[in-house]
Write a protein that binds this ligand. Structure first.
Ligand code: SF4
Length: 388
């Protein structure tokens, strides 16, 4: 039983991109028509209906963060984002100073919109740069080049107090020097936050069918070590597997996921997790944008809704919490899952013995070894000890 409702976030999915990147396994769909034909207004109608249908589940709760993700949300006009945020504000209570993040890609026509997004109420921009090397960007199938990336970051730095640059490493043909150059380019803009993703080939992507030549494990490990050195020296803290921030600039929205807070997800393919006094529910919306729109404006867009079983909760909790380099307070396991500490006690002891979990009764936290072999550590929690 929970005395207090958990912190609540809102995720909004805008599903279209100019084209599909060959490594991408997100729910993103290439928009093949002219941009002015993007069905912005209808999609916003659908989001509004989706949100209204969900309101009874989050009645009276305050939303502490909003994240507009995609796809490429910056394909939407500033007027559309303004309407979206007005729709949200009129129906949900946003906490004072709520963080409102939006993802953007560095096409120049979008960068010109950044100031207007800020005016609409976006407080934080996350820019999908990936690399400053045109050859790498081409290998990743990105639609922008390094010059556009720089222009977009400059514009973001002018318009937003807080912004994030997404970079990828272990890219096709990338050398250690290439990564060093990418980092230097990013750091020149003094970003408050950096996300650094190791390129992985996911199933059902174009890269899975035609794998590019990738750096081997040794070079990848050297790259991670380089990241640690360069970003540490620049004052960044690695607070999650892929997230680095200057003090005070951590992404509150993502922290809420990793701390196993609640979130409502609206939009095509969006996922939500909501806790009630007696159960935790996960829900997913229809993925295909047109089907989502029709369903949201009709009988409802939820495709899947299920109670998370007690035997799944330890793994689900750890899957998030152990990504954080500081881990979480031990008490939050009970608070956020509703389970007794005994549900994980034996597995935690085994993980401590194997050197994967810190031996600290007040925190649940992976050791550096545990972070490196996170999948092995997580697998230990797949089989729960919980018994009814
Ligand atoms: S821009 Fe982002 S969401 Fe869109 S296809 Fe590329 S990686 Fe996926």
């Amino acid at each position: 039983m929970r005395a207090q409702p958990l912190p609540l976030s809102l995720y909004v999915h805008l599903p279209w991109c100019l084209r599909k990147c060959p490594y991408c396994d997100f729910n993103s769909h290439a928009w093949r028509g002219a941009l002015r034909e993007l069905p912005e207004a209808r999609y916003l109608d659908a989001l509004q209906a989706d949100l209204e249908a969900a309101l009874p589940k989050v009645w009276g709760r305050t939303v502490s963060t909003v994240f507009i993700g995609g796809g490429t949300p910056s394909l939407f006009s500033a007027e559309a984002i303004d309407r979206l945020l007005a729709t949200i504000r009129a129906r949900l209570r946003l906490a004072p100073g709520a963080e409102v993040t939006m993802e953007a890609n560095p096409g120049t026509f979008e960068a010109q919109r950044f100031a207007a997004y800020a005016q609409a109420g976006v407080t934080r921009l996350s820019i999908g740069v990936q690399s400053f090397d045109d050859d790498r960007l081409r290998a990743l199938g990105r639609v922008h080049d390094a010059r556009q990336a720089r222009a977009a970051i400059e514009e973001a730095a002018r318009s937003f107090a807080s912004f994030n640059i997404d970079l990828m490493y272990a890219l096709p043909g990338q050398t250690l020097q290439g990564l060093r150059d990418d980092l230097a380019s990013a750091l020149a803009f003094a970003p408050p936050h950096l996300s650094l993703y190791h390129l992985t080939v996911e199933p059902d992507t174009a890269f899975a069918k035609h794998p590019p030549p990738l750096p081997d494990d040794e070079l990848s490990a050297d790259m991670l070590a380089l990241l640690g050195q360069a970003l540490g020296a620049a004052g960044f803290e690695r607070y999650e597997v892929s997230a680095w921030a200057q003090p005070g600039a951590r992404c509150r929205h993502n922290l809420n996921y990793w701390e196993f807070g609640d979130y409502l997800g609206i939009g095509a393919g969006a996922h939500g997790k909501l806790s009630f006094h007696d159960r935790i529910v996960r829900e997913a919306r229809l993925r295909q944008p047109q089907r989502y729109i029709d369903a949201a404006l009709g009988a409802g867009a939820i495709e899947d809704e299920r109670i998370v079983g007690c035997d799944e909760l330890p793994f689900e909790f750890m899957l998030n919490a152990l990504r954080l380099t500081d881990g979480v307070p031990a008490a939050s396991f009970v608070e956020r899952t509703g389970l007794a500490p005994a549900a994980i006690a034996r597995t935690c002891a085994q993980a401590v013995e194997r050197g994967l979990l810190e031996d600290d009764p007040t925190r649940i936290r992976a050791t550096p070894l545990g972070l490196r072999f996170l999948n092995d550590l997580l697998a230990m929690f797949l089989k729960s000890e919980h018994r009814h």
